[in-house]
Design a protein around this ligand. Structure first.
Ligand SMILES: Cc1cc2nc3c(=O)[nH]c(=O)nc-3n(C[C@H](O)[C@H](O)[C@H](O)COP(=O)(O)O)c2cc1C
Length: 233
């Protein structure tokens, strides 16, 4: 069972309108006819575990809303942050939203034998990276594992979903396009980016998909398979 967040009452008062997105839930049900009634209720993600990795982009602020929505749907969420990600949103925000410690390093765990670089994904049903920077996309495509998040991704024992966010020129760079094509061809799920006004003031592709869109994609991905906990995996 996921830990109950300590601030559930506060987060429930936020304006994320969690019951307004019936369409994605209905489409998840269409894609997965074996989905149980409980899974279409108000806590459809109860029993599921997500590791949510936050990298160094301005869109990290939107990830707090995504985490809040996942928790409100009953999902157990553990947040891991890169050093860059921590420059944009403080770990305290994610700790409060999830009720769990935020993973920041593979070296600083309380138990030195805890294998913090591998274990979190072993109990996770899905690993999400939002925002996924050009840097983390390049590292994953190149097989580089030089910090906690990149190591978690390379050792992932569950599906991986990336939500890219970056400047339009970065997104359109042939190196980034080559990397996303490679990752997509190798089973990594990519949601977005969307076209629109970017933080740098330009308009183009590179906006991270909105939390509601990411939530729908995560829900759809999770609900197609019973959780690891349910399968005893
Ligand atoms: C203000 C600011 C905003 C940034 N926004 C982005 C972004 O949206 N996407 C991106 O790929 N990189 C962005 N960067 C660059 C990354 O933070 C940088 O490449 C960093 O090394 C990423 O590390 P990480 O992937 O380990 O978090 C930004 C940098 C700054 C200073």
């Amino acid at each position: 069972m996921p830990e109950q967040p300590t601030v559930r009452e506060d987060t429930a008062q936020e304006q994320w309108h969690i019951h307004e997105d019936e369409e994605p839930r209905a489409s998840a049900r269409a894609a997965c006819p074996e989905m149980t009634t409980d899974q279409t209720g108000s806590n459809p993600l109860t029993g599921y575990e997500v590791v949510l990795c936050v990298c160094g982009g301005i869109a990290a602020y939107k990830t707090a809303a995504l985490v809040s929505k996942l928790v409100q749907e009953g999902c157990g969420v553990t947040v891991a942050m890169t050093r860059g990600g921590r420059r944009f949103v403080g770990p305290t925000t994610f700790r409060a939203l999830t009720g769990r410690p935020v993973l920041k390093s593979m070296w600083r765990g309380t138990d030195p034998g805890a294998l913090d670089h591998i274990r979190p994904s072993e109990s996770a049903d899905l690993l999400v990276v939002a925002p996924a920077t050009a840097n983390i996309i390049g590292k994953l495509a190149g097989g580089i594992a030089d910090d906690l998040v990149s190591t978690l991704l390379l050792g992932a024992d569950c599906p991986v979903l990336l939500a890219p966010a970056m400047n339009a020129r970065m997104w359109q760079h042939p190196a980034v396009q080559r990397n996303v094509t490679f990752l997509s061809d190798n089973g990594i799920l990519l949601i977005g980016p969307e076209e629109g006004r970017l933080a740098c003031g330009t308009v183009g592709p590179g906006r991270m998909s909105e939390p509601e869109v990411l939530l729908a994609a995560i829900r759809e991905q999770l609900l197609c398979t019973p959780s690891k906990a349910e399968r005893g995996a």
